[in-house]
Write a protein that binds this ligand. Structure first.
Ligand SMILES: C[S@@+](CC[C@H](N)C(=O)[O-])C[C@H]1O[C@@H](n2cnc3c(N)ncnc32)[C@H](O)[C@@H]1O
Length: 535
């Protein structure tokens, strides 16, 4: 479609928008934009085009000015806009010649555009790193459920901001989710006893190796799940890096304080657990539930839930979604699976999924499994009453976003599940119809009162321009300690921090919550988002 950027101004964009909606937002529809003499009044209106699939831009020669030397040049605003369009790889088409000009004069215009293109600064290291991720949907990491790969840790360790040392007066510190050790190094100081707690066996090998090679005499590596490890003494400090792009979407706060939602809070549970409640509850599996080598236990899909969840009937207990034990219903926050040998002695324990334990059981030829329900497993149990946590507080925030490409990528999956998923994304061809970036959920540590981690936020945004909203961009701002913070919130962004993502093999980018049906907003219209953390 040929759209005129200026003359038709708002109408130009509205015509394009109407057409694309008529065509069901078909991704094959693209724009050829004419850059006319008068550009839209506000930058927001102008920049709206940067999120559109503009394939080429026509520049009529009469959009040029003439400089003192008599050469054609573009106005500052035209130039800046064209430079931004270059980032989206547009093709430039020069149109017409001023009256009476010779054909050879075309060269001057061409040279100007070519010089402008070449004048773009070389990409910084951060830009080079980020380019492959532009407008690409990535599933957030699940570092509790999955064991991260070495390459993932490597990217993570490149982050120059995250790994700065923060001085606190500490004698004993726990680095929980230590990975391959960058935060262990940051806590440093031979006078501090450090427990590096990590549940990924591969990362534990690296930690042990570093301990030996780098002579970390004050560090003890603990290859356990932080929620269940019984520390010999309490720590003065708990240091962790468990945040996702939207703050609480990975391991924090639940692994740190264990205070999930109270009963009755949060979305209705999908499957009810009918077991009695207890602080520490052991149930022996029915003899019929015996794991056979080569068979993944008795875990099966729940037909009522399109196979996305699994149920494991054990006595009168139903574990909803064994892949994510924290989703246990009732007051139980987690489940630990213990494998027993023939004599009934514990062989292996894992805080991981029932699926993992079934596989481990098969590998080890174990037979019986004990389900161990813990009410409030957390790292915080072993923090001194006057101890501190780094980070101490984090806040997520939201803003509406126009992102034609990403929305179409989600739509291409052709199912509802992908519209109900959040993605880690380096937004590139995106537009923000409002300057509002509003706070959403906030969590603080330590959480001694175990105040519920359920949250509900209803946020109102006012569009500053006509726009089509394809979802929300989400960020986090995190207070580490004593006024130091790290942030991917555009309002408080930490310069140089480029490895914050749900996936550690990508930069630490914002999160994208797609809307199933994009919302067409007029300038001044309000859009309300409401929601709560998923458990
Ligand atoms: C986001 S990574 C951070 C790694 C490391 N601190 C760094 O900065 O590179 C989180 C780490 O926590 C570990 N982890 C996740 N859940 C855990 C748990 N329940 N107990 C111990 N470690 C856990 C993961 O295996 C992963 O290494």
């Amino acid at each position: 479609m040929l759209a005129r950027c200026a003359e038709l101004q708002v109408d130009g964009w509205n015509s394009w928008n109407a057409l694309r909606l008529l065509c069901d937002q078909n991704p094959r529809l693209q724009v050829c934009l004419e850059l006319t003499e008068d550009l839209p009044e506000t930058d927001r209106e102008l920049h709206r085009w940067l999120a559109e699939p503009v394939r080429s831009v026509i520049i009529p020669t009469d959009a040029f000015l003439t400089n003192k030397q008599g050469f054609p040049v573009l106005s500052k605003r035209h130039k800046a806009f064209l430079l931004q369009l270059f980032r989206n790889k547009v093709q430039v088409i020069l149109q017409g010649l001023p009256e009476g000009a010779k054909e050879t004069e075309t060269e001057k215009y061409l040279h100007y555009v070519a010089r402008l293109f070449q004048s773009r600064p070389a990409p910084t290291a951060q830009e080079q790193f980020e380019t492959p991720y532009h407008d690409w949907l990535q599933a957030p990491l699940q570092p509790l459920q999955d064991n991260l790969e070495s390459q993932t840790y490597e990217t993570f360790e490149k982050d120059p901001v995250k790994c700065r040392t923060h001085g606190t007066r500490t004698r004993q510190a726990m680095v929980v989710g230590a990975g391959r050790g960058p935060l262990v190094v940051a806590v440093g100081g031979a006078q501090v006893k450090i427990w590096a707690v990590e549940k990924n066996p591969n990362a534990v090998v690296t930690l042990r190796h570093r301990c030996a090679v780098e002579e970390w005499t004050n560090v003890e590596v603990i290859g356990e799940d932080m929620r269940f490890w019984d520390a010999p003494r309490k720590a003065d400090l708990i240091v962790s890096e468990l945040l996702g792009s939207f703050g609480d979407n990975e391991l924090s706060p639940e692994c740190l304080d264990g205070a999930g939602p109270r009963q009755g809070e949060g979305p209705p549970p999908r499957t009810e657990a009918s077991v009695g409640l207890g602080v520490f509850f052991l149930i022996l599996i029915e003899p019929s539930f015996r794991l056979k080598p080569g068979v993944v236990g008795s875990i099966r899909s729940n037909p009522s839930d399109s196979g996305a969840f699994a149920v494991m009937p054990i006595g009168n207990l139903v574990v909803a979604n064994p892949k994510k034990p924290t989703m246990l219903c009732g007051d139980h926050r987690a489940v630990r699976f213990l494998l027993l040998d023939g004599a009934g002695q514990q062989k292996t324990s894992t805080g991981q999924s029932a699926l993992d334990v079934a596989q481990a059981a098969n590998e080890q030829g174990s037979h019986d499994v004990v389900i161990d329900l813990l009410k409030m497993p957390s790292a915080q149990r072993f923090l001194e009453p006057d101890g501190a946590c780094i980070p101490s507080k984090y806040t997520s925030s939201l803003t509406p976003v126009t992102t034609h490409k990403l929305w179409n990528d989600v739509k291409n999956y052709n199912d509802l599940a992908h519209f109900e998923t959040a993605y880690v994304v380096k937004f590139h061809q995106a537009f923000y119809p409002t300057s509002q970036v509003e706070k959403c959920f906030e969590f603080s540590h330590p959480n001694w009162e175990l105040s519920s981690n359920d949250r509900y936020a209803q946020i109102e945004f006012t569009s500053e321009v006509d726009a089509l909203v394809h979802g929300f961009a989400g960020y986090f701002h995190c207070e580490l300690y004593a006024g130091l913070s790290v942030s991917i919130n555009p309002e408080s962004y930490s310069e140089g921090m480029f490895s914050w993502s749900g996936r550690l093999d990508g930069p630490r980018f914002p999160i994208y919550f797609p809307l199933r049906t994009p919302v067409n907003l007029k300038r001044g219209e309000k859009l309300t988002s409401s929601g709560r953390p998923a458990w």
